[in-house]
Design a protein around this ligand. Sequence first.
Ligand SMILES: [Zn+2]
Length: 183
Amino acid sequence: MKSARLTAPAEVGSIRRLFFIGNRGRLELLERAEEFMRLALEEARAASDQGEIPVGAVAVKDGLVIGAGHNRREGAQDPTAHAELLAIQAAAKAVGAWRLSGVTVYVTLEPCAMCAGALVLARVDRVVFGTRDPKAGAVGSLMNLAQDPRLNHRMEVVEGVLAEECGATLKAFFKRLRRPGAG
Ligand SMILES: [Zn+2]
């Protein structure tokens, strides 16, 4: 085994996975993925500011954000007001169609079963998430609704983009909650 070129920088865990696929298109995708994940993180912080569990999402088509959302379960008192659902609802409104072909959804946390199901129904091309949700994730953790051959649509899944930041945002939120006297 020649260590021909152990190029690999990969400062971030997230980069590593795609980097080793070694395909240029992939790298470009990843660079953009981080850019869009930062927008999803901004959404997550907006949720946090409102006392909501910080999860944010953006829907992107042709390099443009066509929908964004953040968790609003408490504020809306709506169990379905998850970031991804709100983002694809906004996207469908923006394009005037329920079918979101060509759309990538970036979300800070692995989608739950409801959201993964909705992404399948919306026929999105790809879902990119930051950190895994071992308790409720339905795109690899507990199940994988995004790539179930029994369903009539499957999408590409990319995980681990800005995973640390996405995870840290959640951790900081829960830490604050636990602190006595915290608002
Ligand atoms: Zn969800």
